[in-house]
Design a protein around this ligand. Structure first.
Ligand code: MOS
Length: 737
C-alpha cells in the first residue's frame, strides 16, 4: 500500500530534527568564522551628531567597526510585490537619521562573539534628540488613509451602511483594540554569509530564500546567479521571516570587510526591536439588525500603526464584507505613523485582529436580541460571497457550527451570564467563526527521476516547521503511485526552482499543487520518451497506451512487458528524466470566492474574586478543502489555537511612550503560554471537496486556526462573568474591575 493524500503520516524530517542532524542557518560550520554584533540607537527619533569607534576598534580581536561613516553604499531593493524580500526602505548604516529605538547604528565584526559583544559597549555616540511619536494617540501623529495594501484595496462599501445603521431596530456601536505583538519563534533570525570573489552564499532563516536573493542582488549590484541563499530548515517563522531584515545585508557587509565567513544571530531582545511585528489596532464596529436578527448594517473602521517611512496595513477589516449576508457594509482603515520599527505579517495578518472584533460584536448582538449566537450566525449565513457576488468554491461553515456545538455540548449552555458555577469558579462557553481567504502565488518545482527509480523533487521554499517536506512527498507519492520512500524532497535552496514566500497559508496551494502537476508532467514526459526512444520496449506504441500502475508501468499494446521506474530510465539509456512545473495561478481569472472556514467553541473558568482565568477547553472545527495530511493539518490548527489563546490573554509589547524603547523585550516579561497554561484542545476537520481551487482541492490551513479564537474566549468570559471585554489581551486586571 502506498501512502495517499489525507493519511496522517508522521513527519519525514522528524528523525533528522530529534537527532540534531537537521541544519538550521546558524549551524553551518566554517573555518575562521567572524561574528558580527549590531549596536542599537538609544533614542527613537533624531540624528547621530558624532560617533566615536576608536576604543572599540582598538580591542584585540575586533576586525572592523562599521557605521554610517564608513559603510559601503547599498542599492535599494525592489518592493515585496515585485519579488524582493524587502522590508524597511531605509537601508542600514547609510545615514545618520534615527527613526526608532535600537535602530542599528554600528556593527562590530570580531574573531569571536564574546569580543564583538564586549566591544559593542565602547561605541560612543552623541545624538541630536527629537520628540518621538510612540503612541498613536500622540497629538503629533500623522494619520492617513492608505490607497491599497499589498496590491488590494483597503476601503470597501456596499449599500448605505450609515443610513441602514441609523434605521436599524437593534444597534451596537463599540470600540475595540488589540496590542502590538512580536513573533517569538524558538530560532531567532540568524544568518551566515560567505563571499568567494564576487559570489555570495547566504545561510538565512527565511520564509523566502528566493526573495532574499533578489533583494541582495539589487542591494549589492551583483547578478542573482552569483548569489545562493540556503534556508533548508527554519525554526519557526510565523510571518516574521517573510521579509528580509537588516541583519542579512549587514552580515554580507561584515563578511566582505573581514574577508571571512560571518555570522549574526539576533538576540531575543532584538526580536522585539529590529524585526517586524504585528501592529496594534484601534477599531470601531457598528452593527445593526432587525428585531428578529437579520443583519442590516455593518460599519468596521479604525487604525493601525505603521513606521515613519513605510506602509504596512494590518488589514483587520478584510473578512468583514464577506463573512455574513448583510446588504449594507462599509469598511475603512487608517494608518498612523509612529517611531517604531516597520510592522509586518504575523499569522493571519488582518483576520486575527479583525475577526475578533466582528465575532465579539455578533455575540453582543445575539445577547441583545435574546438569540442563540449560533442561530444568529446561521440566520445571516452567506451562501455566495456577498462582497464579490461570486459563488464560493466550497463552504462548509454550517457543518463546522453543528459539529462544534455538539462536541462542546452547546445545547446545555445557559445563555444568561454568571449563572454557571462549578467548584467556586464561574464557567462560561462562547463561540466564534473563523475564516481566512485562500491564496495562490506562483512558484516552481523541478523533479528528476533517477536511474535507481527515486524521484528527487526540488523547490526553493523552506521547511519552516509546518510539515512541507512531508506533505509534498505525500502528494508526489499519491500522484505517482509509488511508496513515499521513493520520493526525495529537497527544499530551501535558491539553486532549486524559484518558490514564492512561504506565507499566507499558500504553500500547499502553490507548491503543493506544483508537486502534483510536476508529477503528472513527469509521467507525460516519461511516456513520451518511452514511445519515441528506439531503445525502449514501448517504442512505437501510442503514448496513451502507457499506464502508470502502483509502482510500475505497462503498455496496452505490449502486454508482456512491465517496467519499474528504474527500468524505464535505464531503457532510455539516460541518467535521469527531468521536468519542471511552473504554476500560473495569479494570471487566471477569478470565478469563485475561496475561503477556509471554521468555528471555535471555548470554555473558560474564572475565579470570581481574583479574576484568574483558564481556558479549560477549546473545540475547533475547521474546513479547508481537501486535507493532505491529517496529522500536520491538525497540528497547524492546534498551534494556531494556542496562539489565539495567547493573543486573547497574554501577548502585548509595551513601549515606553517617552523613549520608544521596548520595556518587555524578553520572554520573562512578554508572556506566551507554556504547556501548563494550555488545557484540552480538540480539533476536528470537516472535509470538503473543492473542484475549483486547483488539482489538489486543498485550501491551506496554517493561519485559519487563529482567527476567531480570541472572540470565542471573550464571548465565553462574558457568558461566565457578564463582563464584556473589548480590549486584548484580557488580563486579570480587566476582569477584576
Ligand atoms: Mo504568514 S503571517 O503569511 O507567514
Amino acid at each position: 500500500m502506498n501512502e495517499k493524500i489525507g493519511q496522517a503520516i508522521a513527519r519525514l524530517d522528524g528523525p533528522l530534527k530529534v537527532t540534531g542532524k537537521a541544519r538550521y542557518s546558524a549551524e553551518f560550520p566554517f573555518e575562521k568564522m567572524a561574528y558580527a554584533v549590531l549596536v542599537g540607537s538609544k533614542i527613537s527619533a533624531g540624528k547621530i551628531s558624532a560617533i566615536d569607534t576608536s576604543k572599540a576598534k582598538s580591542i584585540p580581536g575586533v576586525i572592523a567597526v562599521v557605521t554610517h561613516e564608513n559603510c559601503p553604499k547599498l542599492g535599494s531593493p525592489g518592493s515585496f510585490m515585485t519579488g524582493a524580500a524587502s522590508s524597511e526602505s531605509r537601508l542600514p548604516l547609510q545615514d545618520n537619521v534615527i527613526r526608532y529605538a535600537e535602530q542599528y547604528v554600528a556593527m562590530i565584526v570580531a574573531e569571536s562573539l564574546e569580543v564583538a559583544q564586549h566591544a559593542a559597549n565602547y561605541i560612543i555616540i552623541s545624538y541630536e534628540r527629537h520628540n518621538p511619536v510612540i503612541e498613536p494617540s500622540n497629538q503629533h501623529a500623522i494619520r492617513y488613509e492608505p490607497g491599497e495594501n499589498l496590491g488590494s484595496q483597503v476601503a470597501k462599501s456596499r449599500g448605505n451602511a450609515e443610513e441602514a445603521f441609523q434605521k436599524a431596530a437593534v444597534k451596537l456601536d463599540n470600540k475595540y483594540s488589540t496590542e502590538c505583538q512580536n513573533h517569538n519563534p524558538m530560532e531567532t533570525h540568524s544568518v551566515i554569509t560567505k563571499w568567494e570573489g564576487e559570489k555570495l552564499t547566504v545561510y538565512d532563516s527565511s520564509q523566502y530564500p528566493a526573495g532574499v536573493r533578489t533583494a541582495l542582488s539589487q542591494m549589492f549590484a551583483i547578478e542573482e546567479k552569483d548569489i545562493r541563499v540556503v534556508s533548508q530548515f527554519v525554526g519557526g517563522a510565523f510571518g516574521g521571516k517573510g521579509n528580509m531584515w537588516q541583519q542579512v545585508p549587514l552580515c554580507a557587509i561584515a563578511a566582505k570587510v573581514s574577508g571571512r565567513p560571518c555570522k549574526i544571530m539576533l538576540e531575543r531582545k532584538q526580536m522585539f526591536t529590529n524585526v517586524g511585528r504585528r501592529s496594534g489596532t484601534q477599531q470601531r464596529l457598528a452593527i445593526g439588525a432587525s428585531k428578529d436578527g437579520i443583519l442590516e448594517a455593518i460599519i468596521h473602521e479604525g487604525e493601525s500603526e505603521t513606521s515613519i517611512e513605510d506602509e504596512f496595513v494590518e488589514q483587520f477589516t478584510i473578512s468583514t464584507p464577506m463573512l455574513y449576508a448583510c446588504p449594507n457594509v462599509t469598511v475603512k482603515q487608517q494608518l498612523v505613523r509612529t517611531n517604531r520599527i516597520f510592522p509586518t505579517f504575523m499569522r493571519a495578518p488582518g483576520e486575527a485582529t479583525g475577526v475578533w472584533v466582528l465575532e465579539s460584536a455578533m455575540d453582543e448582538l445575539a445577547h441583545k436580541l435574546g438569540m442563540d449566537p449560533v442561530d444568529l450566525r446561521m440566520k445571516n449565513y452567506a451562501t455566495s460571497d456577498p462582497e464579490s457576488g461570486l459563488p464560493f468554491s466550497s463552504k462548509s461553515l454550517d457543518k463546522c457550527y453543528k459539529l462544534g456545538a455538539e462536541r462542546i455540548n452547546w445545547s446545555k449552555r445557559n445563555p444568561e451570564p454568571g449563572k454557571q458555577i462549578e467548584n467556586g469558579m464561574l464557567v462560561g462557553i462562547g463561540m466564534a467563526s473563523a475564516t481566512r481567504g485562500v491564496k495562490h502565488f506562483d512558484g516552481s518545482v523541478g523533479v528528476s527521476l533517477k536511474a535507481d527509480g527515486k524521484f528527487v523533487f526540488r523547490s526553493s521554499t523552506p521547511e519552516q516547521g509546518t510539515g512541507s517536506i512531508t506533505i509534498f512527498s505525500q502528494i508526489a507519492a499519491d500522484c505517482l503511485k509509488v511508496p513515499i520512500k521513493q520520493i526525495l524532497t529537497e527544499l530551501g535552496d535558491t539553486d532549486f526552482p524559484r518558490a514564492p514566500v512561504a506565507a499566507g497559508s499558500a504553500t500547499v496551494t502553490t507548491i503543493g499543487n506544483a508537486f502534483w502537476q510536476a508529477s503528472k508532467k513527469l509521467q507525460d514526459e516519461l511516456s513520451r520518451l518511452l514511445v519515441e526512444s528506439k531503445s525502449s520496449p514501448f517504442f512505437g506504441a501510442s503514448q496513451s497506451d502507457i499506464k502508470f500502475r502502483e509502482g510500475f508501468l505497462t503498455c496496452i499494446s505490449k502486454p508482456a512487458v512491465k517496467l519499474s521506474y528504474s527500468d524505464a530510465v535505464q531503457a532510455l539509456n539516460k541518467q535521469s528524466v527531468d521536468v519542471r512545473y511552473d504554476t500560473h495561478f495569479r494570471s487566471s481569472k477569478k470565478e469563485y470566492s475561496s475561503h477556509g472556514f471554521g468555528a471555535h467553541f471555548a470554555e473558560v473558568r474564572v475565579d470570581p474574586e481574583l479574576g484568574l482565568l483558564r481556558v479549560s477547553r477549546v473545540v475547533s472545527t475547521v474546513t479547508c478543502g481537501r486535507v493532505i495530511n491529517e496529522q500536520t493539518c491538525k497540528a497547524q490548527v492546534k498551534g494556531a489555537v494556542i496562539w489565539g489563546i495567547s493573543m486573547a490573554l497574554m501577548e502585548s509589547t509595551f513601549a515606553d511612550i517617552r523613549s520608544g524603547r521596548i520595556m518587555n523585550c524578553n520572554l520573562a516579561e512578554y508572556h506566551i503560554p507554556v504547556n501548563a497554561d494550555i488545557d484540552e484542545i480538540e480539533v476536528h476537520i470537516v472535509e470538503e471537496e473543492d473542484k475549483h481551487i486547483g488539482p489538489l482541492g486543498a485550501k491551506g490551513v496554517g493561519e485559519l486556526g487563529i482567527t476567531g479564537v480570541p472572540a470565542a474566549i471573550a464571548n465565553a468570559i462574558f457568558n461566565a462573568t457578564g463582563k464584556r471585554i473589548r480590549k486584548l489581551p484580557i488580563t486579570v486586571d480587566k476582569l477584576m474591575v
